[in-house]
Design a protein around this ligand. Structure first.
Ligand code: 164
Ligand code: MG
Length: 315
């Protein structure tokens, strides 16, 4: 079958520029595409590249869209090259929307709220907590480790003072590969101590403590500390995830569906391999988020909160 293909770009400024170990991110840019079949049914998809995470650039994605004819076949959709993972996601998502009528129940998903870096976390966490979040992610590796661990300890104490004994909070730390081995060890000692002594708080995992090329060191850290580790940048697409799985990673895999590649191939991998996954946003719009959350609700092995509590980052 052939589909009428249209696309347009978008820009969404962050309310507060997002600081990570990769740098400062001010505007989320992407492409919204639509496929219209001969009956006039429309399926929408989103191409939300994140080149510093390993996907194609927005320019690559635009060039791919611009060279396509206005009428595209199913074959074109399912033969988009692996070097264009965000395009694979965007086109397949639109196709899935067109070809499946079953509504997916997203109501069982728990969400993780993304906290601001630095001291703002000490006041901002309460706003998200009052909105109902019970899982939070905080980015580290942005300031000096002594400052960040100090803020973290103050955050833990504030949370413990706020919670009633029936509540439990999960905290995730994300270093974006920005720690040295010694700093990762210091963070993991801190997390292990909290997990061993605090009832009301669980440090759920430390995400991507080291860089992609330090996989073996992260594998060793899994054996030395009880706080789980999560790979994110190391498993940004199917090829990387397959490699880390085959090399023996058995802790957590962060999957960012919008830049991961073909949803069909992701489903196939997760249905053939039991991985402990956390699904995560790349700050896409509702169009990409709906497609990503449908995948999460189908593929989550454990009910880990999805990292999509990010809309408050936009104006
Ligand atoms: O995973 C989440 O909880 C929210 C999304 C998130 O943290 C990220 C999205 C995109 C790039 C990074 O800044 C960051 C991450 O590294 O996970
Ligand atoms: Mg991450």
């Amino acid at each position: 079958m052939n589909y009428n293909f249209q696309f347009k770009t978008y820009q969404r400024p962050f309310k507060i520029p997002l600081k990570t170990a990769h740098g400062i991110w001010k505007i989320r840019e992407g492409i919204i595409l639509s496929l219209t079949d001969k009956h006039g049914n429309i399926g929408q998809g989103e191409i939300a590249p994140l080149s510093w995470f390993g996907s194609e650039t927005l320019e690559d994605a635009l060039a791919f869209c611009q060279q396509l004819p206005h009428l595209i076949s199913t074959e074109i959709i399912f033969t988009i090259p692996d070097c264009l993972p965000a395009c694979q996601f965007g086109f397949e998502s639109a196709f899935i929307e067109l070809s499946s009528n079953n509504a997916v129940d997203l109501s069982q998903l728990q969400y993780s709220g993304l906290l601001p870096t630095g001291e703002m976390v000490l006041t901002h966490w309460k706003t998200l907590f009052q909105q109902g979040y019970q899982t939070f992610k905080w980015k580290i590796g942005v300031d000096k480790i002594t400052e960040e661990i100090n803020i973290f300890q103050r955050l833990v104490n504030i949370i413990i003072e706020t919670l009633s004994h029936s509540q439990k909070i999960r905290l995730r730390l994300d270093a974006n590969g920005g720690l040295t081995l010694e700093e990762a060890e210091k963070w993991l000692e801190t997390c292990d101590l909290i997990n061993a002594t605090q009832e009301l708080i669980e440090i759920e995992f430390l995400e991507q403590p080291l860089s992609i090329n330090q996989f073996d060191l992260m594998l060793e850290l899994c054996d030395r500390y009880s706080t789980p580790l999560a790979l994110d940048e190391s498993v940004a697409n199917l090829q990387q995830l397959t490699y880390c799985y085959q090399q023996g990673w058995s802790d957590i895999f962060v999957i960012k569906p919008a830049i991961f590649g073909s949803p069909k191939k992701l489903k196939n991998f997760c249905q053939n391999n039991q991985i402990d996954s956390v699904f995560s946003s790349v700050f896409e719009t509702d169009i990409g988020q709906q497609s990503a959350l449908k995948l999460a609700s189908e593929l989550l092995l454990y009910n880990r909160a999805v990292g999509f509590g990010v809309n408050h980052w936009f104006v």
